[in-house]
Design a protein around this ligand. Structure first.
Ligand code: SF4
Length: 326
Protein backbone atom coordinates (compact mmCIF):
# COMPACT_ATOMS: atom_id res chain seq x y z
CA UNK A 1 0.00 0.00 0.00
CA UNK A 2 1.30 3.46 -0.93
CA UNK A 3 1.62 5.62 2.16
CA UNK A 4 -0.95 8.34 1.55
CA UNK A 5 -2.10 10.05 4.69
CA UNK A 6 -4.15 13.10 5.55
CA UNK A 7 -1.25 14.93 7.16
CA UNK A 8 2.53 14.42 7.20
CA UNK A 9 2.49 13.56 10.92
CA UNK A 10 -0.37 11.06 10.62
CA UNK A 11 0.67 7.70 9.22
CA UNK A 12 -2.51 5.75 10.01
CA UNK A 13 -4.04 4.11 6.95
CA UNK A 14 -7.51 5.03 5.72
CA UNK A 15 -9.56 1.88 6.39
CA UNK A 16 -12.58 1.01 4.24
CA UNK A 17 -14.91 -1.94 4.76
CA UNK A 18 -15.92 -3.78 1.59
CA UNK A 19 -18.16 -6.64 0.51
CA UNK A 20 -15.56 -9.39 -0.09
CA UNK A 21 -16.83 -10.36 -3.55
CA UNK A 22 -16.00 -6.84 -4.82
CA UNK A 23 -12.34 -7.51 -4.03
CA UNK A 24 -12.45 -10.58 -6.30
CA UNK A 25 -12.93 -13.17 -3.55
CA UNK A 26 -14.93 -16.12 -4.86
CA UNK A 27 -17.64 -16.05 -2.23
CA UNK A 28 -20.81 -15.44 -4.27
CA UNK A 29 -23.68 -17.94 -4.31
CA UNK A 30 -22.35 -19.50 -7.54
CA UNK A 31 -18.71 -19.59 -6.41
CA UNK A 32 -17.87 -16.53 -8.47
CA UNK A 33 -16.84 -12.98 -7.59
CA UNK A 34 -17.88 -9.46 -8.52
CA UNK A 35 -14.51 -7.76 -8.76
CA UNK A 36 -14.72 -3.99 -9.25
CA UNK A 37 -11.61 -2.67 -10.98
CA UNK A 38 -11.73 0.84 -9.53
CA UNK A 39 -11.75 -0.66 -6.03
CA UNK A 40 -9.05 -3.28 -6.63
CA UNK A 41 -6.78 -1.43 -9.06
CA UNK A 42 -7.13 2.31 -8.45
CA UNK A 43 -8.26 2.93 -4.88
CA UNK A 44 -6.50 -0.05 -3.28
CA UNK A 45 -2.99 1.48 -3.13
CA UNK A 46 -4.30 4.37 -1.03
CA UNK A 47 -6.43 2.58 1.55
CA UNK A 48 -6.58 -0.55 3.68
CA UNK A 49 -9.60 -2.77 3.03
CA UNK A 50 -11.53 -4.68 5.68
CA UNK A 51 -13.41 -7.39 3.72
CA UNK A 52 -16.67 -8.91 4.95
CA UNK A 53 -18.94 -11.57 3.42
CA UNK A 54 -21.94 -11.91 5.77
CA UNK A 55 -23.48 -14.84 3.84
CA UNK A 56 -20.32 -16.92 4.22
CA UNK A 57 -19.87 -15.81 7.85
CA UNK A 58 -23.44 -16.83 8.72
CA UNK A 59 -22.70 -20.32 7.41
CA UNK A 60 -24.48 -20.44 4.08
CA UNK A 61 -21.43 -21.96 2.36
CA UNK A 62 -20.06 -21.59 -1.19
CA UNK A 63 -21.71 -22.39 -3.54
CA UNK A 64 -25.15 -21.97 -1.95
CA UNK A 65 -28.79 -21.57 -2.92
CA UNK A 66 -29.75 -17.97 -3.67
CA UNK A 67 -31.64 -15.96 -1.08
CA UNK A 68 -34.08 -13.09 -1.59
CA UNK A 69 -35.94 -10.51 0.47
CA UNK A 70 -39.64 -11.23 0.93
CA UNK A 71 -42.25 -8.91 2.48
CA UNK A 72 -44.48 -10.72 4.98
CA UNK A 73 -46.96 -8.24 6.40
CA UNK A 74 -44.86 -5.35 7.72
CA UNK A 75 -41.71 -7.44 8.11
CA UNK A 76 -38.92 -8.14 5.63
CA UNK A 77 -37.56 -11.68 5.62
CA UNK A 78 -34.50 -13.23 4.00
CA UNK A 79 -35.57 -16.49 2.42
CA UNK A 80 -34.04 -19.33 0.43
CA UNK A 81 -37.15 -20.05 -1.67
CA UNK A 82 -35.89 -23.29 -3.16
CA UNK A 83 -35.39 -25.02 0.18
CA UNK A 84 -37.90 -22.90 2.11
CA UNK A 85 -35.30 -21.82 4.67
CA UNK A 86 -35.79 -18.52 6.50
CA UNK A 87 -32.39 -16.90 7.25
CA UNK A 88 -33.80 -13.66 8.72
CA UNK A 89 -33.02 -14.21 12.41
CA UNK A 90 -29.54 -15.63 11.80
CA UNK A 91 -28.59 -12.90 9.32
CA UNK A 92 -29.94 -10.11 11.51
CA UNK A 93 -27.99 -11.44 14.49
CA UNK A 94 -24.77 -11.84 12.50
CA UNK A 95 -25.23 -8.37 10.96
CA UNK A 96 -25.72 -6.73 14.37
CA UNK A 97 -22.70 -8.47 15.90
CA UNK A 98 -20.47 -7.86 12.88
CA UNK A 99 -21.44 -4.19 12.72
CA UNK A 100 -20.60 -3.79 16.41
CA UNK A 101 -17.17 -5.35 15.78
CA UNK A 102 -16.63 -3.14 12.75
CA UNK A 103 -17.43 -0.05 14.82
CA UNK A 104 -14.06 -0.66 16.54
CA UNK A 105 -12.14 -1.03 13.26
CA UNK A 106 -11.66 2.70 12.67
CA UNK A 107 -13.48 2.49 9.34
CA UNK A 108 -13.85 5.65 7.25
CA UNK A 109 -16.24 4.20 4.67
CA UNK A 110 -17.85 1.03 3.30
CA UNK A 111 -18.26 -0.20 -0.28
CA UNK A 112 -21.26 -2.50 -0.66
CA UNK A 113 -22.39 -4.90 -3.38
CA UNK A 114 -25.30 -3.51 -5.34
CA UNK A 115 -28.63 -5.41 -5.44
CA UNK A 116 -27.60 -8.02 -2.86
CA UNK A 117 -30.32 -8.97 -0.31
CA UNK A 118 -27.51 -8.92 2.25
CA UNK A 119 -25.15 -6.12 1.18
CA UNK A 120 -27.29 -3.90 -1.10
CA UNK A 121 -27.38 -0.29 0.09
CA UNK A 122 -30.68 0.71 -1.53
CA UNK A 123 -33.26 -0.27 -4.17
CA UNK A 124 -32.86 -3.99 -3.45
CA UNK A 125 -35.67 -6.19 -4.82
CA UNK A 126 -38.28 -7.19 -2.26
CA UNK A 127 -40.67 -9.94 -3.43
CA UNK A 128 -44.32 -10.30 -2.54
CA UNK A 129 -45.02 -13.22 -0.26
CA UNK A 130 -47.06 -14.95 -2.96
CA UNK A 131 -43.99 -14.85 -5.25
CA UNK A 132 -45.77 -12.68 -7.79
CA UNK A 133 -43.93 -9.45 -8.49
CA UNK A 134 -41.45 -7.34 -6.57
CA UNK A 135 -40.57 -3.76 -5.67
CA UNK A 136 -37.03 -2.35 -5.76
CA UNK A 137 -37.37 -0.55 -2.45
CA UNK A 138 -35.41 -2.71 -0.01
CA UNK A 139 -32.05 -2.65 1.73
CA UNK A 140 -29.77 -5.60 2.40
CA UNK A 141 -29.98 -6.85 5.99
CA UNK A 142 -26.26 -6.37 6.66
CA UNK A 143 -26.25 -2.92 5.02
CA UNK A 144 -29.19 -1.88 7.22
CA UNK A 145 -27.44 -3.03 10.41
CA UNK A 146 -24.24 -1.28 9.39
CA UNK A 147 -26.07 1.99 8.76
CA UNK A 148 -27.90 1.74 12.06
CA UNK A 149 -24.71 1.05 14.04
CA UNK A 150 -22.58 3.69 12.24
CA UNK A 151 -25.03 6.32 10.93
CA UNK A 152 -22.35 8.77 9.75
CA UNK A 153 -20.15 6.22 7.98
CA UNK A 154 -19.95 6.99 4.21
CA UNK A 155 -21.51 4.12 2.24
CA UNK A 156 -21.40 3.54 -1.50
CA UNK A 157 -22.17 0.73 -3.93
CA UNK A 158 -19.64 -0.81 -6.31
CA UNK A 159 -21.44 0.10 -9.54
CA UNK A 160 -21.88 3.76 -8.61
CA UNK A 161 -18.12 4.15 -8.33
CA UNK A 162 -17.95 4.03 -12.13
CA UNK A 163 -19.58 7.49 -12.19
CA UNK A 164 -16.80 10.12 -11.79
CA UNK A 165 -19.01 12.50 -9.80
CA UNK A 166 -20.33 9.87 -7.38
CA UNK A 167 -16.85 8.41 -7.01
CA UNK A 168 -15.35 11.79 -6.14
CA UNK A 169 -18.16 12.43 -3.66
CA UNK A 170 -17.65 9.09 -1.90
CA UNK A 171 -13.86 9.37 -1.63
CA UNK A 172 -14.20 12.96 -0.45
CA UNK A 173 -16.61 11.82 2.28
CA UNK A 174 -14.24 9.03 3.31
CA UNK A 175 -11.36 11.44 3.92
CA UNK A 176 -13.69 14.03 5.46
CA UNK A 177 -15.02 11.43 7.90
CA UNK A 178 -11.49 10.67 9.06
CA UNK A 179 -10.86 14.39 9.71
CA UNK A 180 -14.22 14.68 11.49
CA UNK A 181 -13.55 11.69 13.75
CA UNK A 182 -10.13 13.11 14.59
CA UNK A 183 -11.66 16.51 15.45
CA UNK A 184 -14.05 14.77 17.86
CA UNK A 185 -11.38 12.56 19.44
CA UNK A 186 -11.71 11.27 23.03
CA UNK A 187 -10.82 14.61 24.63
CA UNK A 188 -12.12 17.08 22.07
CA UNK A 189 -12.51 20.72 22.97
CA UNK A 190 -14.67 23.45 21.47
CA UNK A 191 -11.41 25.06 20.32
CA UNK A 192 -10.53 21.90 18.33
CA UNK A 193 -13.91 21.97 16.64
CA UNK A 194 -13.70 25.70 15.86
CA UNK A 195 -10.30 25.10 14.21
CA UNK A 196 -11.70 22.13 12.29
CA UNK A 197 -14.76 24.06 11.18
CA UNK A 198 -12.57 26.93 9.96
CA UNK A 199 -10.59 24.53 7.75
CA UNK A 200 -13.78 22.87 6.42
CA UNK A 201 -15.85 26.00 5.66
CA UNK A 202 -15.04 26.24 1.96
CA UNK A 203 -15.54 22.54 1.37
CA UNK A 204 -18.92 22.70 3.10
CA UNK A 205 -19.96 25.70 1.00
CA UNK A 206 -19.10 23.78 -2.18
CA UNK A 207 -21.61 21.11 -1.13
CA UNK A 208 -24.42 22.65 0.88
CA UNK A 209 -24.65 26.36 1.68
CA UNK A 210 -27.67 25.91 3.96
CA UNK A 211 -26.03 23.29 6.18
CA UNK A 212 -22.79 25.30 6.14
CA UNK A 213 -24.72 28.18 7.72
CA UNK A 214 -26.44 25.86 10.18
CA UNK A 215 -23.07 24.51 11.30
CA UNK A 216 -21.72 28.05 11.69
CA UNK A 217 -24.58 28.91 14.07
CA UNK A 218 -24.07 25.65 15.93
CA UNK A 219 -20.34 26.28 16.45
CA UNK A 220 -20.99 29.87 17.58
CA UNK A 221 -23.35 28.51 20.26
CA UNK A 222 -21.22 25.48 21.18
CA UNK A 223 -20.57 26.50 24.77
CA UNK A 224 -24.31 26.61 25.49
CA UNK A 225 -25.11 23.13 24.17
CA UNK A 226 -24.46 19.83 26.06
CA UNK A 227 -21.30 18.20 24.66
CA UNK A 228 -22.85 14.98 23.35
CA UNK A 229 -25.78 16.80 21.72
CA UNK A 230 -23.41 19.27 20.10
CA UNK A 231 -21.12 16.50 18.79
CA UNK A 232 -24.00 14.45 17.36
CA UNK A 233 -25.66 17.47 15.75
CA UNK A 234 -22.38 18.65 14.21
CA UNK A 235 -21.32 15.21 12.92
CA UNK A 236 -24.71 14.44 11.42
CA UNK A 237 -25.10 17.83 9.73
CA UNK A 238 -21.51 17.83 8.44
CA UNK A 239 -21.81 14.36 6.85
CA UNK A 240 -25.25 15.13 5.42
CA UNK A 241 -23.87 18.33 3.88
CA UNK A 242 -21.10 16.46 2.10
CA UNK A 243 -23.58 13.98 0.62
CA UNK A 244 -24.86 16.76 -1.60
CA UNK A 245 -22.90 16.96 -4.82
CA UNK A 246 -20.50 19.85 -5.34
CA UNK A 247 -21.68 21.33 -8.65
CA UNK A 248 -19.81 23.54 -11.12
CA UNK A 249 -21.86 26.55 -9.95
CA UNK A 250 -21.11 25.90 -6.26
CA UNK A 251 -17.42 25.31 -6.93
CA UNK A 252 -17.28 28.51 -8.97
CA UNK A 253 -18.74 30.48 -6.04
CA UNK A 254 -16.17 29.03 -3.66
CA UNK A 255 -13.30 29.78 -6.07
CA UNK A 256 -14.51 33.37 -6.43
CA UNK A 257 -14.66 33.63 -2.66
CA UNK A 258 -11.05 32.44 -2.48
CA UNK A 259 -9.95 35.04 -5.00
CA UNK A 260 -11.61 37.58 -2.71
CA UNK A 261 -9.12 36.59 0.02
CA UNK A 262 -6.33 37.61 -2.33
CA UNK A 263 -7.74 41.00 -3.29
CA UNK A 264 -5.17 42.91 -1.22
CA UNK A 265 -2.06 41.08 -2.40
CA UNK A 266 0.04 42.91 -4.96
CA UNK A 267 -0.37 40.46 -7.82
CA UNK A 268 -2.80 41.69 -10.44
CA UNK A 269 -1.48 39.28 -13.16
CA UNK A 270 -1.86 36.31 -10.77
CA UNK A 271 -5.47 37.26 -9.95
CA UNK A 272 -6.28 37.79 -13.65
CA UNK A 273 -4.89 34.39 -14.53
CA UNK A 274 -6.94 32.92 -11.69
CA UNK A 275 -10.14 34.58 -12.96
CA UNK A 276 -9.52 33.19 -16.43
CA UNK A 277 -9.05 29.69 -15.03
CA UNK A 278 -12.32 29.98 -13.05
CA UNK A 279 -14.19 31.11 -16.18
CA UNK A 280 -12.70 28.22 -18.17
CA UNK A 281 -13.81 25.83 -15.44
CA UNK A 282 -17.28 27.36 -15.36
CA UNK A 283 -17.62 26.81 -19.11
CA UNK A 284 -16.40 23.21 -18.92
CA UNK A 285 -13.13 23.92 -20.73
CA UNK A 286 -10.84 22.74 -17.92
CA UNK A 287 -11.39 20.43 -14.91
CA UNK A 288 -11.55 21.67 -11.31
CA UNK A 289 -7.93 20.69 -10.69
CA UNK A 290 -6.79 23.64 -12.87
CA UNK A 291 -8.20 26.56 -10.83
CA UNK A 292 -7.53 24.81 -7.50
CA UNK A 293 -3.88 24.21 -8.44
CA UNK A 294 -3.49 27.82 -9.55
CA UNK A 295 -5.01 29.21 -6.39
CA UNK A 296 -2.80 26.98 -4.27
CA UNK A 297 0.29 28.37 -6.04
CA UNK A 298 -0.97 31.91 -5.63
CA UNK A 299 -1.76 31.40 -1.94
CA UNK A 300 1.65 29.83 -1.33
CA UNK A 301 3.43 32.67 -3.13
CA UNK A 302 1.69 35.23 -0.95
CA UNK A 303 1.69 33.31 2.36
CA UNK A 304 -2.10 33.00 2.58
CA UNK A 305 -2.19 30.24 5.20
CA UNK A 306 -5.93 30.46 5.71
CA UNK A 307 -6.39 29.26 2.12
CA UNK A 308 -3.55 26.73 2.23
CA UNK A 309 -5.01 25.16 5.38
CA UNK A 310 -8.45 24.80 3.83
CA UNK A 311 -9.46 21.20 3.18
CA UNK A 312 -11.17 22.42 0.00
CA UNK A 313 -7.76 22.59 -1.68
CA UNK A 314 -6.72 19.07 -0.60
CA UNK A 315 -9.83 17.00 0.23
CA UNK A 316 -8.21 13.70 -0.88
CA UNK A 317 -4.85 12.52 -2.29
CA UNK A 318 -4.10 14.29 -5.56
CA UNK A 319 -2.72 11.00 -6.90
CA UNK A 320 -6.32 9.74 -7.20
CA UNK A 321 -6.93 12.50 -9.79
CA UNK A 322 -10.58 12.85 -8.76
CA UNK A 323 -10.78 16.49 -9.81
CA UNK A 324 -9.30 15.84 -13.24
CA UNK A 325 -12.57 15.02 -14.97
CA UNK A 326 -14.39 17.74 -16.94
S1 SF4 B 1 -22.81 -9.48 -1.85
FE1 SF4 B 1 -22.20 -9.61 0.28
S2 SF4 B 1 -23.03 -11.55 0.98
FE2 SF4 B 1 -23.11 -11.61 -1.26
S3 SF4 B 1 -21.18 -12.57 -1.85
FE3 SF4 B 1 -20.80 -10.40 -1.84
S4 SF4 B 1 -19.99 -10.00 0.19
FE4 SF4 B 1 -20.97 -11.99 0.28
Amino acid sequence: MTTITISPSDTRPIRIGVSSCILGEEVRWNGGHARQRYVTDVLAPFVEYVPVCPEVEVGMGVPRPTVRLVRKGDAIHMVDPKNEVDWTAAMNRLSRERSSDLAHEDLCGFILKKDSPTCGMERVKVFHENGKGSFKDGQGLFAAALQQRMPYLPLEEDGRLNDPGLRENFVERVFAYRRLKDAFGPRWTVGDVVAFHTREKLLLRAHDEQRYRELGRLVADAKNVPRAAFRDHYMETYMEALKRRATVAKNTNVLQHMVGFLRRVDDEPGRKEMQEAIEDYRHGLVPLVVPTTLIRHLARRHGQDILLDSSYLSPHPKELMLRNHA
